[in-house]
Design a protein around this ligand. Structure first.
Ligand code: ADP
Ligand code: MG
Length: 492
């Protein structure tokens, strides 16, 4: 993953650092999580054989009429609420007219002048502070089918399974200033929609794609530069690479005294460059007009209010609560609310043990193990309850941090309860001061010569005594207590 810091992204032009800044606005296409399509009953399930999920509506048979899917409308409203946006009680579906082989209607049903959701905002946590990104609008529209060019050398195939699936187009204001911010923005949108259950955010399956608008300007300029729009980028890494390439291309042109043409461009992932597709079309080219087959969408305020009441706790407020309730710092809280399942796991474990220690062990050993095994928290081999018990055993002094790592490994392999493992393998720490003192006295008696040397100033012998205690206890002596008692007895 390329992660570019803000500093690294400043341009060096003619020896001047940061002469230009990049301005980015995203049009994110998020597939609505729903069983059926926006205007038909066909399934939206991913991975079906080509053209197996296509109704007469999706294939634009004459005389077929679209019927709006109420669940998709509710999903759009929920998402709008999650983006702190204004929900419009009145919105209109328009026809956006253009020809493409995978668009059988010859137009896409979208929303133009009156979208279902208006202005909103999203908060980003950046290393230099929190930053608000404006949302311009969110509208509902149909997805097109898919043209497959690489199955046959002389023909193109069309798969209409996607045709008519509901998309939410979420348009940001041109508030983003670096590839890093774009990374944070997409992740935040995805987190919010996953909490809401309105989009699965699966970029490999195409559930989340973005058109990336990029322009550059000299720092301090009030006016934006001419933008280019890079179409349909489907991974965060590619978005970042495309922005970097495009910003550099534009800066170079400006430095040569040339102009930027407003264009639609394509990111070539193999060559890592953008190239021109076409000069930018204007809205009037699409001949938008209200779809005569669909009535304007009127939402009763009560429906909006009810949906608002039924929203789950969202990441921003959960983060605040984690800081207040569990004493986490902002960084820890951020990580632990990044996925709903992670936050649930944390809360379940934190309630059973030390809140801070649970966070530390989760973000350390647990995440490293999941990452290693390419697992999610939902299919973690260690349950939240067992995890809490492990942390509790460290907290209570039953086992040391070092032994805990061994227990952890066994838990991963066996799924067993930590208490059981500690017991059956005799891993419990020796933390009884009386027992330890007895053992240490024995060792000191046996090594009188070394004790004398130590007292005479050979302090590095301390390690030798610790080693002896560990040897005699089979590695189970509580290290901290051992140190304390040794120091005390060696002084005497
Ligand atoms: P269109 O639908 O023609 O692409 P919009 O007005 O809907 O046009 O804007 C699309 C996106 O372009 C928005 O996300 C907006 O923030 C972004 N944008 C607008 N002007 C600029 C600019 N000068 N530089 C970068 N992004 C911009
Ligand atoms: Mg656009």
């Amino acid at each position: 993953m390329v992660v570019m810091s803000k500093e690294k992204f400043d341009y060096f032009i003619n020896g001047e650092k940061g002469k230009y800044e990049v301005v980015i606005g995203l049009e994110v296409h998020a597939q609505v999580l729903s069983n059926s399509k926006l205007f038909s009953g066909s399934s939206t399930k991913f991975g079906a054989d080509p053209n197996k999920q296509v109704s007469l509506i999706d294939s634009a048979f004459p005389g077929m009429l679209p019927v709006i899917n109420e669940e998709c409308v509710k999903q759009a409203v929920r998402t709008g609420l999650g983006l702190n946006a204004k929900i419009n009680n009145y919105s209109v579906f328009d026809r956006k007219n253009y020809f493409y082989a995978d668009l059988p209607q010859g137009y896409q049903i979208s929303q133009y002048k009156n979208p279902i959701v208006g202005e909103g905002k999203v908060l980003l946590d950046m290393p230099y502070g929190s930053k608000e990104i404006g949302i311009e609008r969110l509208h509902l529209e149909q997805d097109a089918g898919k043209s497959i060019h690489d199955m046959d050398p002389s023909s193109t195939y069309v798969d209409l399974n996607r045709s008519g699936i509901a998309l939410m187009e979420i348009v940001s204001k041109p508030d983003l200033r670096s590839p890093d911010e774009v990374n944070a923005y997409i992740k935040k949108l995805r987190t919010i929609m996953r909490y809401l259950g309105t989009c699965d955010g699966n970029m490999q399956e195409g559930s989340l794609r973005a058109d990336v608008n990029v322009s550059v300007r000299i720092v301090g300029d009030k006016k934006f530069g001419t933008r280019c729009e890079i179409k349909n980028v489907n991974s965060i890494k590619f978005m970042q690479m495309a922005i970097e390439y495009e910003a550099n291309r534009q800066v170079k042109l400006l430095e040569e005294g040339k102009q930027i043409d407003q264009e639609t461009r394509l990111f070539d992932t193999k060559k890592n460059e953008t190239r021109s597709m076409r000069s930018k079309e204007d809205a009037h080219d699409y001949r938008y007009f209200p779809d005569p087959d669909l009535l304007p969408l009127k939402l009763e305020q009560k429906l909006i209010d009810d949906l608002k009441k039924s929203l789950p706790e969202l990441p921003d407020s959960k983060k605040e609560r984690f800081i207040q309730e569990y004493g986490l710092n902002s960084y820890e809280a951020n990580v632990l609310v990044s996925e709903k399942e992670i936050s649930d796991y944390y809360e379940e474990a934190a309630k059973l043990s030390d809140k801070k220690l649970v966070a530390t062990w989760m973000m350390g050993d647990l995440f490293a193990m999941l990452n290693d095994k390419a697992l999610n928290i939902s299919n973690s081999p260690i349950s939240a309850k067992n995890f809490a018990e492990l942390v509790q055993s460290i907290k209570s002094g039953d086992i040391s941090g070092r032994i805990a790592k061994e227990v952890f490994e066994i838990m991963v392999e066996s799924g067993d309860n930590p208490k059981k493992i500690i017991e059956s393998k005799g891993m419990k720490q020796q933390s009884d001061p009386k027992e330890l003192e007895k053992m240490i006295n024995e060792i000191l008696l046996k090594n009188k010569d070394k004790v004398d040397q130590y007292k005479a100033g050979k302090e590095k012998l301390f390690g030798f005594f610790v080693g002896q205690v560990m040897k005699l206890s089979g590695g189970k002596a509580n290290p901290q207590l051992t140190n304390e008692i040794l120091k005390k007895l060696l002084k005497g």
